[in-house]
Design a protein around this ligand. Structure first.
Ligand SMILES: Nc1ncnc2c1ncn2[C@@H]1O[C@H](COP(=O)(O)OP(=O)(O)O)[C@@H](O)[C@H]1O
Ligand SMILES: Cc1ncc(C[n+]2csc(CCOP(=O)(O)OP(=O)(O)O)c2C)c(N)n1
Ligand SMILES: [Mg+2]
Length: 324
C-alpha cells in the first residue's frame, strides 16, 4: 500500500506528543496558534542538522531526533528560557518506516522529558536534513544574552567539555580509546543534555551566556565580541571527564576541550556581586559548573594560561566553522 506524505505526518507526527494547554491549535492546520503566558517574552531558536555534516550514516534515527531537539533546547537554555514548543522541518530521501519509528520515538522521549509539544513543521523529499525551531519563555526583560559580560566577572562552564569531539575522532579513526570510554563519549556525541534547568536558574545571576556548539574558544569569543571585553582562561581548570583524561595526553585533552565543539554545555559569566547568590543556588543544583577564568577589559582578547604562562593550542583550527 502506498505510504504518502500525509500518512507519514499522521502516523508519526500528529498524536503522540505531550498536549499543552497553551497550544490552541497544533499540527494539522496552516499554522499553529499559541498562547503566551502574561508578562512573558518569547525566545525562538533554529538549528539544522545535515547528514554527513552533523552526523554520519551510522547514527541511529533516535539519536538524530534527540540531538536536533537537544541542540535547540540548548540555545533556549543559553537564553535562560523555559522550553514550550518545537516545530520540525524534515527532508528525507525516502519514507523508511523503521527510520521514522526510531526518529519519532527519539523526539517523543525528549519532548516528554522537557514537557515540549511538537506544534508543526514541514516534510519534503531530498538529502537527509532535520531542522527544529524551539520556542520558550522568559519573564520579560530577564533573557540571558551574549552582550552583558563586564571586566572582573567570573567565567564558568557548566560541565565536562571535549568528550563529543573525542567520540567523533574515534568514529573517524583519528584515534583509538578503550571500548568502555568510547561508549561514554559516544553517548555525549549522540545524546547531549541541554542545560535547561541551569539556564533558567542563571536568570538574574549570570551577566552573559552562550552554549558551546562550535568549541569553547570559538563560542567564548562571541561573548567577548558582543560584550566588548576580553578573558583569561586557565586551561588547567577546564573540566575534563575521566574518559578523556584516561584516554589521551594532557595537551591533547585541553585541545579537545578548547576547540572540538558539539558539547552543549553552557559558558557564562557571573559578576562578583552575584557570586554569593550563585553559590547558594548551585548548592542545591545537580549541575556543578566550574570556574575557568575571569573577564578582562582587553577588548576581544582571549588569553589562555597554563601555570600563569601563556599557552598556545597545538591545533590550528579554533572551532567548528561550516565555511572555513
Ligand atoms: N540564515 C540565517 N538567517 C538569519 N539569521 C541567521 C541565519 N543563520 C544564523 N542566523 C542567526 O545568527 C546568529 C548566530 O547563529 P549561530 O552561530 O548558528 O548561533 P548558535 O550557535 O546559537 O546556533 C543567531 O542569532 C542566528 O539566529
Ligand atoms: C559526521 C560529523 N562531522 C563533524 C561533526 C562535528 N560538528 C559538525 S557541526 C559542529 C558544530 C555545531 O554545528 P553548527 O551547525 O555550527 O551549530 P550551531 O553553532 O549553529 O548551534 C560540529 C562540532 C559531527 N558531529 N559529525
Ligand atoms: Mg545555529
Amino acid at each position: 500500500m502506498a505510504f504518502g506524505e500525509f500518512d507519514l505526518i499522521d502516523n508519526y507526527f500528529t498524536h503522540r506528543w505531550p498536549q499543552r494547554d497553551d497550544v490552541v491549535l497544533g499540527v494539522g492546520d496552516d499554522g499553529a496558534v499559541l498562547a503566551l503566558p502574561q508578562g512573558a517574552e518569547l525566545v525562538v531558536a533554529t538549528d539544522t542538522m545535515v547528514s554527513g555534516v552533523h552526523f554520519d550514516e551510522q547514527t541511529p534515527a533516535r539519536a538524530i531526533a534527540h540531538k536536533v531537539a537537544a541542540v535547540n533546547l540548548s540555545d533556549l537554555a543559553a537564553m535562560g528560557a523555559e522550553p514550550a514548543w518545537l516545530s520540525l522541518a524534515l527532508t528525507l530521501p525516502e519514507a523508511d518506516q523503521d527510520w521514522l519509528n526510531g526518529f519519532s520515538h527519539g523526539l517523543k522521549e525528549i519532548c516528554d522529558y522537557y514537557g515540549c509539544q511538537l506544534i508543526g513543521g514541514d516534510t519534503t523529499k531530498g538529502p537527509l536534513t532535520v531542522t527544529v525551531t524551539a520556542h520558550g519563555f522568559v519573564p520579560a526583560g530577564t533573557a540571558l544574552r551574549r552582550d552583558g559580560a563586564k571586566p572582573g566577572d567570573w567565567l564558568f562552564v557548566s560541565g565536562c567539555i571535549g568528550d563529543a569531539g573525542l567520540a567523533l575522532a574515534v568514529q573517524q579513526q583519528r584515534t583509538t580509546i578503550s571500548d568502555a570510554h568510547y561508549r561514554r563519549v559516544l553517548e555525549r556525541l549522540y545524546f547531549p543534555s541541554p542545560r535547561v534547568a541551569l539556564g533558567q536558574n542563571l536568570r538574574e545571576i549570570a551577566s552573559s551566556a552562550i552554549d558551546i556548539s562550535d568549541g569553547l574558544v570559538a563560542d567564548l569569543k562571541h561573548i567577548l565580541k558582543a560584550s566588548n571585553v576580553g578573558a583569561r582562561v586557565d586551561v588547567d581548570e577546564l573540566p575534563l571527564s575521566l574518559a578523556m583524561t584516561e584516554s589521551v595526553a594532557a595537551d591533547a585533552a585541553i585541545d579537545y576541550a578548547l576547540s572540538s565543539g558539539d558539547d552543549y554545555e553552557l559558558c557564562f559569566t557571573v559578576p562578583e556581586s552575584r557570586r554569593g547568590v550563585f553559590d547558594t543556588v548551585l548548592a542545591h543544583h545537580p549541575a556543578k559548573p566550574i570556574c575557568i577564568g575571569r573577564i578582562t577589559n582587553e577588548a576581544n582578547t582571549l588569553t589562555l594560561l597554563r601555570n600563569d604562562e601563556p599557552w598556545f593550542s597545538q591545533r590550528e583550527r579554533e572551532g567548528y566553522d561550516h565555511f572555513s
